[in-house]
Design a protein around this ligand. Sequence first.
Ligand SMILES: [Fe+2]
Length: 343
Amino acid sequence: MILYLFRILSETTLPFRVLPADLEGLHRSTWSDWTVEPLLRHGALLFEGFGLSSPEDFEQLALALDPKLYDQYRGTAPRNARTRYVYSSTELPAHLPIPQHLEMSFLPGTPRKLFFYCQTPPDLHGETPIVDFRSVYQQLSSEVRDAFEQKGIRHIRNYNPPGKKLEWDLSKLKSWDKVYGTTDPVEVCKKCRSEGQLFEMRKDRSLKLVNEGPAVREHPVSGQKVWFNHAQVFHPEGPVREAEYIARRQGTVRQRGLSVFLRNFHRLTSLFLPDEARGTQVTFGDGSPIPVRFIRHLQAVIWQNMVFFTWKKGDVLMVDNFAVAHGRMPFWGRREILVAWTD
Ligand SMILES: [Fe+2]
């Protein structure tokens, strides 16, 4: 315990590693309280060596660390349920990157905490990089920060109707029946109204969802300012630029090829695909466009702060979703990372 106190007071590390010995002598019912201080300070805790081997084991540990797990998902990633609270982190193909984001930051009910669990470590690459978005806010240029803080942000998602297959836009990852669990458009409209979600069900049965709000928020406990939006995830420049960073880091023919393809595909689709038709779109809160150079600056700051760690089977990463963002690197071979989240 003394060693633990020394570590927590002397280090700010991301992620902060927690071993079974750190919890020795503590009753399981107090583990949740124990996490409060280190999670607030570091933003992410990596639980190693707890002997987990199944989604059920993971669910039990996550419930011990926070009993308020939640089982509804309204986000953009394609996911499958494994237990009541445990989902696959994403079903996105292995070669595609997922840029850094705070989970569902654009929704009114943004989850407070996330838990990731490594069932099968990636054969090659496939890290879950994390970034402290409190630091990102501090390091952005005042020009970018002021623009976002003054104008706020508008996130727009366009979902295809159930069953539509052919799609030019790679950001259209799923249809609205996968978000709302029904193929009935009337039911979807009812759910949107009851959740206070701005929406438009179009004549062709495609669904537009709009979320507006501040681009920067204060952490609910510490009050620190946090970069709190999906700007570089939803902007068409974001994934293209992300692929270029990853091609440089991984250096493989596949990722270099993907990077070149995405850049040219984006140029081509820009000629005939209006921004409004893309799967995701983002503007300032007043509807004015976000300059491409702002997105590039933001991504440069994010990449300067990105932390990579190596998954081992059974590891659990607990993340303060109001402080630390996560993403996914493309990978080769097997990789099974599961996720759970609180309300
Ligand atoms: Fe995510």
